[in-house]
Design a protein around this ligand. Structure first.
Ligand SMILES: Nc1ncnc2c1ncn2[C@@H]1O[C@H](COP(=O)(O)OP(=O)(O)OP(=O)(O)O)[C@@H](O)[C@H]1O
Ligand SMILES: CC(C)(CO)[C@@H](O)C(=O)NCCC(=O)O
Length: 260
């Protein structure tokens, strides 16, 4: 068994994966929010029944302090097991990362891109993560990464507006694709949704005019984003696929590429 871990800025997600079984990217990962005061106790409880894994593979974009706490817990529960960090690489099998300095890229984004290779390497595709940040990466058929953008999530847009103004509430409001907002709450909710949708559509028109045919979505906001993109995907003859464990699929792909 292997313990695959994705430490994001809001949540820690993980899966236990047998070396013999194929990875099912549609399985939703286990997750806890590491902003809760008792997150470490929650994680310890969740892992207390896990059989000692042969190794663990970790993607971390949170602080080194968070990583150390997780590594310490692994050590306490499972003793000395091999622990491997996911680090972006320029060339991996048929995939080439476009970043000038590959170590700048978040390990989660790199893992999502590796995961996407396992699903749709033959087609131009977009990898969109609707997590704490919204990230959009483009990849050409056969593995050339075009590049990607980082934008705030819907929640962060709302939080930022709320914190820097006197009259803009943090929560509430609805988005209608048909009727323009006529009140503050709907204006806020719709502004954030349209900004995120617009980022995806603009990414394509600027950087991938030969529209990508497959759009892979992951992260806590993936389902809502899929709704917002459905009409546009149809117009571009593109398919949308939500892959809840895309990052962990990439972590698993990474684990397959090294001896441990
Ligand atoms: N059930 C849900 N319905 C709609 N939006 C959601 C849902 N769960 C989370 N979100 C939204 O998704 C975004 C990120 O959520 P979440 O904390 O789950 O991210 P994550 O994918 O675990 O991120 P990270 O990997 O950065 O920790 C937030 O904007 C949040 O409001
Ligand atoms: C963009 C986030 C926050 C998304 O989780 C993460 O991948 C990250 O911290 N990235 C580092 C910068 C980069 O990817 O270019």
């Amino acid at each position: 068994m292997m313990l695959l871990i994705d430490i994001g800025n809001s949540r820690i997600k993980w899966l236990i994966q047998s070396e013999q079984q194929p990875f099912d990217p549609n399985t939703a990962p286990f997750a806890i929010t590491h902003h809760d005061a008792d997150w470490l106790a929650q994680l310890s409880h969740a892992w207390s029944n896990v059989t000692r894994p042969k190794a663990c593979f970790i993607s971390n974009v949170a602080s080194s302090a968070r990583l150390e706490q997780v590594q310490q817990l692994i050590h306490t529960l499972f003793g000395n097991i091999n622990s491997h960090m996911i680090r972006p690489q320029k060339h991996t099998a048929h995939f080439t990362l476009a970043y000038d300095e590959v170590q700048q890229m978040g390990a989660d984004r790199f893992a999502q891109l590796l995961g996407a290779q396992a699903i749709c390497s033959e087609r131009n595709h977009l990898v969109i993560s609707a997590g704490t940040a919204t990230t959009i990466d483009g990849v050409l058929a056969h593995g050339q990464h075009v590049g990607g953008v980082i934008a705030p999530s819907i929640d962060l847009m709302r939080t930022s507006l709320h914190q820097h103004t006197a009259r803009l509430p943090l929560n509430g409001g609805d988005f209608s694709p048909h009727n323009a907002p006529r009140n503050t709450l709907d204006a806020l909710a719709s502004g954030a949704r349209l900004a995120r949708q617009g980022a995806v559509l603009s990414f394509m028109s600027h950087y991938m005019p030969d529209a990508p045919t497959h759009w892979l979505l992951c992260g806590g906001g993936a389902e809502l984003l899929a709704e917002d993109l459905a009409t546009w995907a149809e117009q571009h003859s593109a398919t949308i696929q939500i892959v809840p464990s895309l990052c962990l699929l990439g972590v698993w792909q990474f684990s397959q590429s090294i001896d441990f």
